[in-house]
Design a protein around this ligand. Structure first.
Ligand code: FES
Length: 365
């Protein structure tokens, strides 16, 4: 009854506020009260390692809780432009204070990740999206998960582990292989250590890929021998793996060769791309709405081409998942960089973050 009265009041005020809505005025008082765009306030930041930081966010009205393993789209204003990235949520769902935590690693040349890790302050407001992603455990809990993670690929798995602890106190039979350059680079190192020491059924194997002080990787991320050594019953386990493309590609090959691809659940930071044909052709890209043209080499995705042309198109994951970059093809052809498939029907929607121009092309941007 109260809710419908509130809705009627809001509808009534919206009529007078047109073309804005009550929600736009509430945003001026407290950005967390808005309904037209979800926002979150930064309530805590702390360093996990020398180049990674956890950021606790208090989402505003309209947030629905995530499932352990999901990610969230985060808008990051830098120099008057809003950049959007997706980050796995590292906290367990439904925390008592209504907050969520993301954990970000500053990647080389990554302007947004550097900003979040080095410059973001408590009290800042960030636009966020709804939680998304399929990298979750089934509701019927698997008996023997194998987690394989590397670097910041630990973040969705940390959410899963924290959720297990909160829900059941005792972890089930889990084998976890985690790769990091050095011991001091392990994100959530102390917490993992403690879980390993106190949870009888949780077997953690940390593998370091560099000698102390070395800046380049000297050991590979994955080998069949390691797998046999640390998880001899891997064939019987469902696997959740998150990390760099080289690791995930190796796992994919290994599980495929064993005829067990269906047991493998991967979370990638970037889309897996198909080989580019040798005779690839670039062309002029015309962004119709912005009346901007730019040359494309036929290999670079149209989102990057638009950004190089000085535009700031809406986007989310930058890897073909969220459809936050969808735009209408006006003329010409584009290639889906993940599959190599060509699209040339005027009026169809294309994901510019994973599409490249094939000759001259026009898109509604
Ligand atoms: S940005 Fe997510 S699909 Fe393109």
């Amino acid at each position: 009854m109260m809710r419908s009265a509130g809705r009627r009041f809001s509808y009534f005020v919206d009529m007078f506020a047109y073309p804005l809505r009550l929600s736009h005025y509430l945003e001026l008082i407290n950005p967390l009260w808005t309904r037209h765009a979800l926002q979150a306030r930064v309530v805590r930041v702390w360093d996990e390692t020398k180049d990674s930081r956890s950021i606790t966010l208090r989402p505003g009205r309209g947030w629905r809780s995530h499932r352990a393993g999901q990610y969230v789209r985060v808008g990051v204003p830098i120099g008057g432009m809003r950049h959007t990235r997706t980050y796995s949520i590292s906290s367990a769902p439904e925390s008592s204070d209504g907050c969520i935590t993301i954990t970000v690693k500053a990647i080389t040349g990554g302007r947004v990740s550097h900003h979040l890790v080095r410059k973001l302050k408590r009290g800042a407001y960030l636009p966020i999206g709804e939680p998304q992603g399929e990298f979750v455990l089934p509701d019927a809990i698997p008996v023997h998960p194998l987690f394989i993670t590397a670097g910041s690929g630990i973040t969705p798995v940390m959410s899963i582990l924290r959720n297990y602890v909160r829900e059941y106190s005792v972890l089930p039979d889990i084998t976890h292989i985690h790769y990091a350059p050095h011991a001091y680079d392990v994100i959530f190192g102390n917490e993992l250590e403690q879980l390993s020491a106190t949870q009888t059924h949780y077997r953690l194997h940390r593998i370091y890929t560099r000698e102390l002080g070395e800046s380049a990787k000297t050991r590979p991320h994955f080998s069949a021998e390691q797998l046999e050594q640390y998880c001899p019953d891997w064939r019987e386990r469902e696997v959740w793996a998150c990390g760099p493309a080289t690791l995930l590609d190796s796992l994919e090959q290994h599980w495929q060769a064993a005829g067990r691809s269906r047991q493998l659940h991967l979370e990638r930071f970037r889309a897996k791309l198909a080989d580019i044909p040798a005779d690839v052709q670039g062309g002029r890209v015309r962004f119709v709405n912005s009346q901007v043209e730019f040359q494309s080499d036929g290999m670079t995705n149209l989102l990057r081409v638009a950004e190089d042309a000085g535009l700031n198109p809406p986007h989310g994951c930058r890897m073909g998942i969220c459809h936050g970059c969808d735009c209408v093809l006006v003329s010409g052809s584009v290639r889906d960089l993940r599959t190599g498939a060509l699209f040339s029907e005027a009026g169809e929607k294309v994901q510019v973050c994973v599409s490249a121009a094939v000759g001259d092309v026009e898109v509604e941007l």
